[in-house]
Design a protein around this ligand. Structure first.
Ligand SMILES: [Ca+2]
Ligand SMILES: [Ca+2]
Ligand SMILES: [Ca+2]
Length: 867
């Protein structure tokens, strides 16, 4: 938060540095151990429970600004996986007198509650485990103190174990054993991540090395961490079990003892003179000449900000010319860890290639050119939205991204089954199908929701809806993809005569219509039946055998087009609500105008189904009668309003207008209506918040079609609406609302910026169009933490890894938008060498069309400003 001046911050740092303690690490105000260049956190971050072990809790080490170790605490296996149980953490006990932090970690099922205590000593900390009672018999040989290190941080480094030198392996290549599953500590909900083909085994990685002192990366100051103990310490490689596994240092707790049963001396690597290099934020696609250009620089608190920065022009012969000296505007501290300055170089307008030079850092080069936004949406439309297509073979030049997947879709989920993404099938199916009965017609259309392989209702519905809005607003005629739904084949970079935007809308409606006609509504999710299939990585076609499940056959037995292998996806249907069906109507009706010239039959089918659903569910969807449920909350107010608007736009039928108009007019009267959403609703689904301001979503959509009286009323509300859209950016130097403790906020930033465009489009004098650019600039590199572009393959310096379904290859699917910066204790994180943090790096499909919209909007505004 802004407030503390640079001077005060510097004075504080000085006071800490001259403290009286002989120990290097000091317990700071936030309750973690701090020395210059290194931090040891003790459960400052917690397991949030939603997806179990997110590699974001426990004893953690941040060194030279990077979080290199996590998950420190008492665990029950050598290399815990995401679904392995962890102890319930007590509130942290901070003892200022002895400078210690302690927590207890309770495993209630085992009546086991070890206490972890950390306190400074010499150049490091003591990590102690205290027990009131001896380790329970079942946990002897299992309970141990673990600390995990992110493998990619350590690629190309070594370790010492006592006096032996070893290479930290780039790829898991050590030994494992199988043990009888009766010895296994059950995972949460009895999950099993291991397909043992009925052998009754589970997998146990063996130690790479064992000794009394292990030093990680002794040769690298930034990564060096040493752990010493009287008891044996082993190092394991968790990637034998799971690609997101880590290097684990571990000591077993001794049997039969109480009191202090284990002590580690953990010595990270402090540095008295380390200063983090300036992080110069700017848009990695560059800027158009006429727009504002403001770089935000993130500075170490120990750095004295330079008074000026320089804008360098890169000449054809490689030399650089200083074109402008920019005065640094000091913004101050934000989110505790860093200070910020801003460099405004808006008046550099001449097209060319430029770098920013500040505080001894020179950025990569970037263009100033009036075309910079023209093509930045292409990878999302051409690649991301195509590679994530379900039920298709997707080709690109010599490469097949994946084969035709899930051709055995899908089985009616049995009652009371829990799915790994938080879905639950209750005891009512709401369909005519028996549990495990094959529901026909579903092997068509739709997208993988994100880094997994399920079709989530909100993904397929919102992606289709937003693609339809792109067509309505911009009508992009781009055709660079062959999409053949008859043979279920897509070929990237191959034109086929039909705009890709329209074909992608078709791909959405094919799935939505199939669900409506065969299930009755769009199911909450069509997802994997078990954990082994859920954590699948690689070609989606290999996820199932493509043959419909037949329970009369034995597992792995095949007869004709049926098999006894229960791999078919489940359709989760118990969370049906009439209100939820209104979103099905919105997507189908919005698709109609785009489809009707190119695919008239599918257009008519979509409209017919939308009207059928309206007639059937209109009464029950009355908010007075229908419970608040999941996704329709996002519509706010009466869920039928948006459905009626889209049906009216598609048909012109007065009955729809008669329904929505009084309700929308009522919204305009309620000037401070509170429209609520709960932040992340499902994976990456965010909505702009409208707390205490007018909700003009429906009114702005209708504006062009309404009379003067309606328009006047809307216009009166615009200033208050603009205030709502822009106030989230007022507390930080970036001018956008940075949020997201469990799932980062890029999607919300993109939607908010696009809402600013919608205002500008109708009322260009009532909003500064820079708000639109600002959201995109943030996503493309002008943000804390680093200046990488969060859109994969877009910009100069772009994400090297993302949580797509190719994450095991440390790769990206181009055009995906990662969630971005997670907000943790006093830092932001978006790792670019570890693709497995979904909240930072998982590209959700529904963000792709939202990003495309924003790019097209920026391109339109840029053309207006630069003409
Ligand atoms: Ca999912
Ligand atoms: Ca095409
Ligand atoms: Ca199958």
């Amino acid at each position: 938060m802004k407030g503390k001046t640079l001077l005060a911050a510097a004075a504080f740092a000085l006071a800490s540095a001259t403290g009286v303690s002989a120990q290097t690490l000091q317990l700071n105000d936030l309750g973690y151990f701090e020395a210059r260049g290194t931090n040891v956190l003790v459960y400052n971050n917690l397991y949030n429970g939603g997806f179990y072990d997110e590699k974001f809790a426990g004893l953690e080490i941040i060194q030279r600004g990077e979080r290199i170790a996590t998950g420190g605490g008492v665990r029950l296996m050598n290399t815990p996986e995401q679904w392995d149980i962890f102890g319930v953490v007590s509130p942290r006990e901070i003892d200022r007198a002895e400078s210690s932090v302690a927590v207890s970690l309770t495993y209630a099922d085992y009546d086991f509650a070890p206490r972890l205590k950390v306190l400074p000593k010499d150049k490091g900390v003591l990590v102690q485990i205290w027990l009131d009672k001896p380790v329970p018999e079942q946990l002897v040989g299992k309970a141990g103190m673990n600390l995990e290190f992110f493998p990619a941080s350590y690629f190309g480094r070594n370790y010492l174990v006592d006096n032996l030198a070893r290479i930290l392996p780039k790829y898991p290549m050590h030994d494992t054993e199988v043990h009888p599953v009766s010895e296994k500590i059950p995972q949460y909900f009895g999950e099993s991540t291991f397909d043992d083909r009925g052998r009754g085994d589970f997998l146990v990685p063996l130690p790479l090395s064992t000794g009394h002192r292990i030093v990680m990366a002794p040769e690298d100051e930034a990564l060096r961490v040493s752990v010493t103990s009287d008891q044996e310490i082993s190092i394991y490689d968790g990637r034998h079990l799971a690609q997101n596994g880590t290097f684990v240092l571990r000591s077993l707790l001794p049997a039969g003892r109480t009191g202090k049963v284990l002590e580690w001396y953990l010595e990270p690597s402090a540095s008295e003179d380390w200063t983090r290099p300036a992080n110069i934020g700017f848009s990695q696609v560059g800027y158009t000449p006429a727009q504002k250009k403001v770089s935000v620089v993130e500075l170490d608190k120990n750095a004295t900000p330079a008074a000026t920065g320089r804008i360098l022009r890169v000449n054809p012969d490689g030399t650089k010319t200083v074109v402008k000296e920019v005065a640094a505007e000091v913004w101050g501290e934000y989110h505790h860890r860093y200070n910020y300055v801003r460099l405004d170089f808006s008046d550099v307008r001449e097209p060319g290639l430029y770098c920013i030079d500040y505080q001894g850092v020179v950025t990569n080069a970037f263009p100033i050119d009036k075309e910079v936004y023209a093509d930045k949406w292409h990878p999302s439309m051409d690649v991301s939205l195509v590679v994530n297509m379900d039920h298709m073979e997707v080709n690109e030049a010599y490469r097949i991204w994946h084969g035709r997947a899930n051709m055995d879709d899908a089985l009616q989920a049995p009652a009371n089954v829990r799915l790994h993404d938080g879905y639950f099938q209750g005891d009512v199916t709401n369909t005519k199908y028996q549990p495990l009965e094959h529901i026909p017609g579903l092997a068509v259309g739709g997208w993988y929701d994100a880094g997994d392989f399920d079709i989530q209702a909100n993904s397929v519905l919102n992606t289709t809806e937003d693609l339809a809005y792109i067509w309505r607003q911009f009508q992009p005629m781009r055709d660079q993809t062959l999409i053949d739904e008859k043979t279920q084949y897509a070929d990237i970079h191959v034109p086929d005569g039909i705009p890709d935007n329209v074909q992608l809308i078709l791909h959405g409606t094919l799935n939505i219509n199939a669900q409506v006609e065969n299930i009755g509504f769009v199911a909450q999710v069509i997802g994997q039946p078990d954990m082994h299939h859920y954590h699948h990585l690689g070609d989606a076609m290999t996820l199932t055998d493509g043959l419909v499940y037949d329970p009369t056959l034995a597992p792995y037995e095949v007869r004709g087009n049926r098999s006894g292998t229960p791999d078919d996806r489940y359709v989760f249907t118990s969370r049906f609500s009439a209100a939820g069906v209104m979103q099905d109507i919105v997507s189908l009706a919005a698709a109609y105008p785009a489809l009707k010239d190119y695919y008239p039959e599918e257009a008519e089918r979509s409209l017919r189904n939308a009207e059928m659903l309206w007639d059937k569910h209109f009464e029950a969807a009355d908010p007075a009668k229908s419970p608040m449920m999941g996704r329709w909350m996002m519509g706010g107010g009466d869920p039928r309003i948006n459905a009626a608007i889209e049906l009216w736009l598609a048909t012109g039928n007065q009955k729809y207008k008669d329904f929505f108009l009084p309700l929308v007019e009522k919204q305009l009267e309620a000037k401070s209506e509170v429209r609520r959403s709960n932040g992340p609703v499902q994976n990456g689904m965010f909505m702009t918040e409208f707390n205490g301001g007018p909700n003009l979503t429906a009114a702005l959509k209708l504006y062009p079609y309404m009379d003067k009286k309606f328009q006047k009323k809307v216009k009166e509300l615009i200033p208050a609406y603009v205030e709502v859209l822009t106030r989230g950016g007022q507390d930080n130097p970036y001018g956008v609302s940075i949020g997201g403790t469990g799932w980062a906020g890029n999607a919300s930033i993109i939607v908010t910026a696009y809402n600013c465009y919608k205002v500008w489009k109708l009322f260009p004098d009532m909003i500064d169009p820079e708000y639109v650019f600002n959201g995109l600039n943030f996503v493309l590199g002008c943000h804390p933490g680093s200046n990488v572009s969060f859109v994969t393959s877009v910009g100069v310096n772009t994400k090297k890894v993302a949580y797509g379904n190719n994450r095991a290859d440390y790769a990206v699917i181009p055009g995906g938008i990662v969630p971005g910066l997670l907000v943790k204790e006093d830092y932001f994180e978006n790792k670019d060498d570890y693709p497995f943090h979904w909240g930072e790096n998982e590209c959700c499909i529904n963000t792709a069309p939202q990003y495309v919209q924003l790019c097209l909007a920026c391109d339109e505004i840029a053309r207006y400003l630069n003409k």
